[in-house]
Write a protein of this length. Structure first.
Length: 116
């Protein structure tokens, strides 16, 4: 069994910053990537940022230059530094762990609310 746990969501004013944390534990196979996704009310879940075990990153266009993903492979941990937050960043943020065999696990999500 794999457990993925996120933390760090909060209510913040527009222009502010937040740092989300995620750690995966349990029967983890070799990690291929860990990533952050978000889902706003009435919308589909979308990729925010992803980082592979080799350090390659991918970002949604809407967060480039504002968000930074980082990782600690030994701890199966990943962070998302979010700066210059906008009301449209409001969503539940989910962490996803993907193994090299394509098996993936989601966390329970953490709420980020950006007030205008």
């Amino acid at each position: 069994q794999v457990e993925v746990v996120e933390s760090g969501g909060d209510l913040v004013q527009a222009g502010g910053s937040l740092r989300l944390s995620c750690a995966a534990s349990g029967s983890i196979s070799n990690t291929y990537s860990m990533g952050w996704y978000r889902q706003a009310p009435g919308k589909e879940r979308e990729l925010v940022a992803d980082i592979t075990s080799g350090g390659s990153t991918k970002y949604a266009e809407s967060v480039k230059g504002r968000f930074t993903i980082s990782r600690d492979g030994a701890k199966n941990a990943v962070w998302l530094q979010m700066n210059s937050l906008k009301p449209e960043d409001t969503a539940v943020y989910y962490c996803k762990h993907t193994s090299i065999w394509g098996v993936y696990y989601w966390g329970q999500g953490t709420q980020v609310t950006v007030s205008s």
